[in-house]
Each structure stands twice: as structure tokens, then as C-alpha cells.
Design a protein around this ligand. Structure first.
Ligand code: GLA
Length: 381
């Protein structure tokens, strides 16, 4: 990817990038919709991501280019406002430098910018968080600083919430920032506190990208966010993470059935994250896999953020030899299913699942083999 970045940078900006940074995409391993509820979650940074190159300009102009778009998006340095329409992709890097500046991190005045990515768009592997992290690292470096990782991650979430306008939690940005090869990232979103948990050797991931996306996916995410807040208020707690399953049961009288299902999912997921960490630390990979599939079942029945396409894949995968467990990954309402598999995983097995899906839904899912990777880093230009 680095040579492609340099090549495109030269052809768009007519010179070499002075700084290059990369940031990985992520898999949500387990802990669905727990992050903005103050809970815990496990994710994995993957060996695909976004690469960003920047070079300084003396005229104060900021010129954003992306390999995925034909036009350069340009702005000055005074009071940045979000772009709209086809230029909106540039809100991720622009929002990132606005949030970094607000956090007291030096950022360059003018620069040429270019991003390239090998993350499949729309699969829910967090290309936006990867773009934020890589942009933040590269632009701060151009201004001569390397911000602490926690500052970078918090600024990225801030950009997404306040500049881009998505009410997400910190999962995607934290995993892209704190990823470690051979490990999962564990986030306690209340701190937030970050640590890594080793993934047993001989395991890997397959992503089945359905290329489906609910037309109202952004609105549905925001609606679930709202419902969780409403459930917490009705239950008399600040955050759903303040309750364990017994506490939820004890307080649930009078709560509407719909809100109870949402709360049960979140509280149940937080227990499953803890059980999963214990299983992984003890080398009980089968148990960890079963928890993944149980998480999907809870999404399907309680949080109602799955779809028939995702359910079909999880069902097929759950009875495929070499698969420990499978679940939707990320916000839901379409996107991809991830499977935790024993490596080497037979290609015929993945093919059988993809063919069964194609027969049922009339379109093939893409199957992507990914492994864990390190978090965002500066690279030699
Ligand atoms: C998306 C959001 C995350 C998280 C997940 C669901 O990926 O960006 O913050 O809420 O959905 O767990």
C-alpha cells in the first residue's frame, strides 16, 4: 500500500509525501453496542487499513485527496466547517485535526493530503476510524509532535461525534489505535481504559461481507443509542453498564418489554465479554467461540440489529468444521459476519457457506481472510 500511496501522491500533488502514517481497520470481536453504554468490549485490529501521506504547504491551504475520489477537496485554515455531499469524506481528516487542536495538539497550517485504503467499504470494518487515526498521526507529525495514544483515540471519537455527527462509542478508534498483532484489544469504555488480551495461536478470522446495508442504518444506530439511554433512566442508573444481569432483573418491573430486551442485550454482552476474556486466558477457545455465537443470537432476538442475511451466515458457519463461533460485527443492520476459525481453514468450507448463501439470496458474499495487526503507526516515507 505504501508504494501505491507514494505513486498517487506524486500524481495528484506533484511531489513526495513528507510524512506517512497507517491505521488498521477493526473487527468487533464481542461486546455489541456496549461502548456507549459504559461497558466493556473486545476488538481486533486487522491487517488491512488506511494509509495517509501529507506534505506541508506554505500558503495555508489544506488540500485533501483520496484514491477513492476523483476531486481534491480544498479549504483554508479559518474556522473549519464540515463539508457536505460528495466532499463529506474529508470531514474525517478535517474533523480529526479540529479535535486535536481543541485537545491542545499542534497541527500544521497548510498541507497536501492523500489517503488510500485496502478496506472493503461498507463491510463495517471501520474505515472511518482508520482514516481518522492515520490522518491525526500524520498531521501531528507534520507539526512536529506525536500525541499520546489515548489523546489521539479520544480526539478521533470526538471528531466522529461532533464534526462528522455520528453518535458512536470509542470502540473503532480505540482498536485502531491500540491494536496489537496476535492480540485482542479490551476496552473498559467508562475510563476509558485499554489493555490487550492474547489470542490463542492457530486461530484466524474470515469476514463474510454481504454487501447489504439497511437503508436506515444510521438512523437505526441512533435509535438504539436513544433506547439504551431511555432504558437506563427508567432503571434508575446512569449507564446500563451499572447493572449486572441480577441487578437488571431486580429492577426491571415496569420497564416496557422492548426496552427490557435492549437492556438485556447490553448487560448480557458485558457478561459475555468477561466470560470470553476468562476463556481466552485459560485457552478454552471453544468456549470463547460459543460466546460469539451467543452474542449474535442476542443481537437477533433482543437488540434486533441483525438481518436474515447475517443470521443465515451465522447459522451456516456455526455448523461448519473449523469454525469456533460467528457473529455480526459492528453496528449491525447489514454489513458483515465474522467467524473465528482454526488455521489453516479449508477454503472449501468457506466456499460451501458462500455458495449456500448465493443460492438463498441470489448474490455471493465476499470472503476475506484477515489476521490481527498492530495499531496505527508512523511509517518511513
Ligand atoms: C459501530 C460504532 C461503535 C460501536 C459498534 C457497536 O461500529 O462505531 O462505536 O457502538 O457499532 O458495538
Amino acid at each position: 500500500m505504501k508504494s501505491e500511496l507514494r505513486h498517487r501522491f506524486r500524481s495528484v500533488h506533484g511531489r513526495e509525501p513528507a510524512v506517512i502514517a497507517r491505521a488498521p481497520g477493526r473487527i468487533e470481536f464481542i461486546g455489541n453496542h456496549t461502548d456507549y453504554n459504559g461497558g466493556t468490549v473486545l476488538g481486533a485490529a486487522i491487517d488491512r487499513g488506511v494509509w495517509v501521506g501529507v506534505a506541508p504547504r506554505v500558503d495555508g491551504r489544506r488540500r485533501f485527496a483520496s484514491a477513492a475520489m476523483t476531486e481534491v477537496v480544498e479549504t483554508g485554515t479559518d474556522a473549519p466547517r464540515p463539508f457536505a455531499g460528495k466532499d463529506a469524506w474529508a470531514n474525517y481528516p478535517l474533523g480529526m485535526i479540529v479535535s486535536l487542536a481543541a485537545a491542545g495538539v499542534a497541527i500544521p497550517a497548510g498541507f497536501d493530503f492523500l489517503a488510500v485504503s485496502d478496506l472493503p467499504p461498507g463491510a463495517g470494518l471501520s474505515s472511518s476510524a482508520a482514516l481518522e487515526l492515520a490522518s491525526g498521526l500524520a498531521c501531528a507529525r507534520l507539526a512536529g509532535v506525536e500525541p499520546p495514544r489515548g489523546t489521539l483515540v479520544r480526539a478521533a471519537r470526538h471528531a466522529e461525534n461532533h464534526f462528522v455527527g455520528v453518535p458512536c462509542g470509542i470502540l473503532d478508534q480505540a482498536v485502531s489505535g491500540f491494536g496489537r498483532r496476535g492480540h485482542l484489544v479490551h476496552i473498559d469504555c467508562r475510563g476509558p481504559d485499554f489493555m490487550t488480551v492474547p489470542l490463542p495461536p492457530g486461530t484466524g478470522f474470515r469476514i463474510f461481507n454481504t454487501h447489504t446495508r439497511h437503508a436506515l442504518v444510521d438512523g437505526l444506530y441512533a435509535e438504539r443509542h436513544r433506547e439504551c439511554g431511555e432504558a437506563a433512566r427508567a432503571l434508575g442508573v446512569a449507564l446500563l453498564a451499572d447493572l449486572d444481569p441480577a441487578g437488571l432483573k431486580a429492577r426491571s418491573r415496569g420497564l416496557s418489554e422492548g426496552l427490557l430486551r435492549r437492556a438485556s442485550h447490553v448487560v448480557g454482552e458485558i457478561s459475555r465479554v468477561a466470560a470470553c476474556v476468562a476463556a481466552l486466558r485459560a485457552g478454552r477457545i471453544d468456549d470463547a467461540g460459543r460466546l460469539l455465537t451467543a452474542s449474535h443470537e442476542s443481537s437477533r432476538t433482543c437488540f434486533e440489529n441483525s438481518t436474515p442475511e447475517l443470521d443465515f451466515l451465522v447459522e451456516e458457519l456455526a455448523r461448519t468444521p473449523g469454525v469456533f463461533g460467528a457473529r455480526l460485527t459492528g453496528g449491525g443492520f447489514g454489513g458483515a459476519v465474522m467467524a473465528l476459525v482454526a488455521e489453516p481453514f479449508a477454503p472449501e468450507s468457506a466456499e460451501r457457506v458462500a455458495a449456500a448463501y448465493a443460492e438463498r439470496f441470489g448474490a455471493r458474499p465476499d470472503v476475506l481472510a484477515v489476521s490481527t495487526a498492530d495499531g496505527a503507526s508512523l511509517e518511513t516515507p
